[in-house]
Design a protein around this ligand. Structure first.
Ligand code: FAD
Ligand code: UDP
Length: 387
């Protein structure tokens, strides 16, 4: 076997221990572990023409490295995950910074001391900014939704300027109808720290994510079959166990109704100038602007090029499933699918779509590493069901 893409006829002529649906982080990490640690034969299939799932990157027609499905910035607090991925890539240091276009200015988001001073024409120090926010915030409210999280920390005015419109565009619903976990991802600061993330390790794969995935799959026991939907081949590929990282409701024919996922349309553009913006990502919270953010990739990759490539993101209900929508009624619907999944012998569901979790990349790596441990335990106990 080889890590190069194989043909359908080749895949159907072979016999595998594991068939993995989805060649994103979830599928690739698990395949690598099963093959390299247990000597098992694995086939990964993906309906897209490439590995990497949403983290796929490539050189565009101008030779500029871009992320086809939006900006992917690696950050984690886990040394274990960093060490695991470091077997397959070197890294470049990169700390992510984002500016938001608000009231005609470009201001740091997460909201920090600079944001407050520039927006309101003040010269506060950290203690002053703390008092300024305390006068506006409503810390006493019961925090149930994503709206409550922001109002409790910064009050109505800053909520409206930075969060209300962005969230409505991104999720197609008001922040009051989203779990608190969504806007809890964004801290509020009263110092000058303008980094988007505060994780201990913030790096980008030096030669890109796709190169990292290719190295992960470069094992003689792993085959990769692109451009193939699971539905087309589910009865024609011999395997003992199935791992499914696509949308869980799709696997079950949407029998309880569709789980809502938010999608995006990406507008990729290359400009005949060296740079467009000061930082990798500029957010546009205003509802007057139809997209949520613009990413300029050279900031992320460090590439030197006379032109620059950017992407605008237009959220949508239609298209590939990108984001599970964290909300109580969706969690309740997911639990019905989860119960069905748990009762389905021979199949394990994983990944952001298979477990309907708004996970970052490092969380998906952690999920796959722990799934590997579980599967190893089941195999040792002779308890792994056949598909
Ligand atoms: P995916 O990457 O979605 O892979 C699933 C794969 O399964 C897909 O390739 C799909 O084609 C395939 N598939 C599904 N169904 C089938 C089927 N029936 N047959 C065949 N193939 C199928 N995380 C971060 O840590 N930092 C970031 O900066 C960041 N930015 C993001 C920006 C955007 C716009 C998005 C959408 C996500 C971002 N993430 C980020 C999250 C990150 O993309 C995910 O955590 C991670 O890629 C999930 O990996 P996965 O393998 O679970 O799913
Ligand atoms: N958010 C916002 N305004 C911003 C940035 C974020 O309202 O300028 C909210 C929005 O609801 C978003 C959420 O915070 O979906 C989480 O932001 P994050 O950048 O983590 O989203 P992702 O990168 O996953 O799209």
């Amino acid at each position: 076997m080889s890590s190069k893409p194989i043909s359908l006829s080749c895949a159907t002529s072979r016999s595998y221990d594991f068939l993995i649906v989805g060649g994103g982080f979830a599928g690739c990490v698990l395949a690598e572990r099963l093959a390299s640690q247990l000597g098992l034969r694995v086939l990964i299939i993906d309906r897209r023409p490439h590995v990497g799932g949403n983290a796929y990157d490539h050189l565009n027609e101008h030779g500029i490295m871009v992320h086809r499905y939006g900006p992917h910035i690696f950050h984690t607090n886990s040394r274990k995950i960093l060490d695991y991925l470091s077997q397959f890539t070197e890294w470049r240091p990169y700390e992510h910074r984002v500016l938001a276009h608000v009231d005609g200015q470009l201001l740091p988001i997460p909201i920090n001391l600079t944001t407050i001073n520039r927006l309101f024409g003040l010269q506060l120090d950290a203690a002053g900014a703390k008092r300024f926010l305390a006068e506006r915030a409503s810390p006493e409210i019961e925090i149930r939704s994503s709206r409550d999280v922001v109002i409790s920390q910064v009050g109505e005015e800053l909520y409206r300027k930075f969060f209300e419109g962005y969230t409505r565009k991104q999720w197609g619903r008001d922040a009051s109808l989203l779990d608190r976990s969504v806007t809890s991802r964004i801290p509020t600061r009263t110092d000058e720290d303008d980094r988007y993330f505060q994780d201990r390790y913030q790096w980008m794969p030096l030669h890109g994510y796709t190169r990292m995935f290719e190295r992960m799959l470069a094992h003689e026991y792993i085959d990769f079959l692109p451009h193939v939907d699971f539905a087309k081949v589910k009865n024609s590929i011999q395997h003992r166990h199935l791992v499914y990282s696509g949308p869980v409701d799709e696997y079950f024919g949407h029998c309880f109704g569709k789980l809502p996922y938010r999608s995006l349309r990406f507008e990729h553009v290359t400009l005949d100038r060296p740079w467009l913006q000061e930082v990798a990502v500029v957010n546009f919270p205003s509802l007057q602007v139809p997209f949520t953010r613009i990413t300029e990739f050279k900031h992320l990759t460090g590439q030197d090029h006379p032109k620059t490539s950017i992407t605008r993101e237009y959220p949508s209900d239609e298209g590939d499933a990108y984001y599970p929508i964290p909300a109580p009624e969706n969690a309740a619907l997911y639990r019905r699918y989860e119960a069905l999944a748990e009762g389905t012998r021979g199949v394990t569901f994983t990944g952001r779509l298979g477990t309907y979790k708004y996970y970052n990349m490092d969380q998906v790596v952690a999920q796959s590493l722990s799934l590997f441990e579980q599967l190893t335990g089941s195999m040792e106990a002779g308890a792994l069901a056949a598909g």
